[in-house]
Design a protein around this ligand. Structure first.
Ligand code: URA
Length: 244
C-alpha cells in the first residue's frame, strides 16, 4: 500500500541501518531519490514505485521482501551454520538486515529454487501443511530407476516415524538415473528417505519448481531476484488444493 514517509525512515525500513546512520548517508549526499539528489533526511516521498540509489547502487522500495534464490550446493539454509556458508551470504546486506527467512529448508547438498521473505504471514502460510503447494524435485539416483520403483513411489512408501505411507503426487522418469518427483509435503529429508525406501539412493537433488513457479533458466546458481506479482500468483494452490 502506498505511504508517504521521510527518506530517513524509508532507508531504515529497507534495511540500511539505524535511523542515525541513514540520516548521515543522506546528509553526506550519498542518496538520490527518483533520479535526484536528496540531502534532506525529512523529505517525504510516496513509497509507491519509489526508486533510489545509495552510494550509486540502485534500489526499488519494497514494503515486504519476496525473493527467489538459486541455491548452490554446500550452502546451509540457516543463519547460524555449522559446516558451510549460509545462503543469506548470497543476499545484499540490507535484505538480511530486514530479517528475511527462507521458506522451508533445503539440505546443504540440495540445489535449486528456494523462496525467501520477511513477511511472517506469507512464510507461515507457505510453510503450513494445509497450504498444499506441490514442489518438484529433479532427482539423480545412484542406480537406474525401474518402473517398479516408480510405481512404488506413486503408491506410497512407509517411512520410519510416519504413521502412514507417503506417495509422490507424480513421478516421471526423465532418463535411466533421473526422475522428476512432485511432493505435497516437505518432511525432513523426504526425497532422500523415499528414494532409500525403494532401494535406490539420491546422488543429486535439485528443486526445480514450487507450485507453478519454475526455477528460471536464466537465474544462475547463487543468484537471487525479487518475485513479481505474477510469480506470487503462481505460488497459490490450485483450486481445491488448499484446505485452509
Ligand atoms: N528432500 C530431501 O531429501 N532433501 C531436500 O533438501 C529437500 C527435499
Amino acid at each position: 500500500m502506498a505511504k508517504k514517509l521521510s527518506i530517513e525512515r524509508i532507508l531504515h525500513n529497507q534495511g540500511f541501518g539505524s535511523r542515525k546512520l541513514c540520516r548521515i548517508l543522506i546528509i553526506n549526499e550519498e542518496v538520490t531519490v527518483n533520479g535526484e539528489l536528496c540531502d534532506d533526511p525529512d523529505a517525504a516521498f510516496d513509497t509507491d514505485k519509489l526508486s533510489y540509489t545509495i552510494k550509486g547502487e540502485p534500489w526499488v522500495y519494497h514494503e515486504k521482501s519476496y525473493l527467489m534464490l538459486h541455491k548452490p550446493g554446500n550452502y546451509e539454509c540457516s543463519h547460524k551454520t555449522q559446516h558451510h556458508p549460509t545462503i543469506y551470504s548470497l543476499l545484499p546486506h540490507p535484505l538480511v538486515e530486514r530479517g528475511v527467512q527462507c521458506i522451508g529448508r533445503l539440505d546443504e547438498d540440495t540445489t535449486g529454487l528456494i523462496l525467501i521473505s520477511d513477511d511472517g504471514q506469507f512464510i507461515h502460510k507457505m510453510s503450513s501443511p494445509k497450504w498444499k503447494v506441490p514442489k518438484i524435485y529433479e532427482v539423480t539416483c545412484k542406480h537406474p530407476v525401474s518402473d517398479e520403483q516408480i510405481a512404488h513411489i506413486l503408491k506410497g512408501v512407509q517411512l520410519i516415524d510416519e504413521d502412514a505411507p507417503i506417495a509422490a503426487l507424480s513421478c516421471e522418469k526423465i532418463s535411466d538415473h533421473v526422475i522428476h518427483m512432485t511432493l505435497a509435503e516437505g518432511k525432513y529429508h523426504q526425497v532422500k528417505r523415499m528414494v532409500a525406501a525403494i532401494s535406490n539412493r539420491v546422488e543429486g537433488l535439485k528443486r526445480i519448481q514450487i507450485g507453478q513457479l519454475k526455477l528460471p533458466d536464466d537465474l544462475k546458481v547463487g543468484e537471487w531476484r525479487w518475485l513479481s506479482e505474477e510469480d506470487l500468483l503462481k505460488l497459490k494452490p490450485q483450486e481445491n488444493q488448499a484446505t485452509a
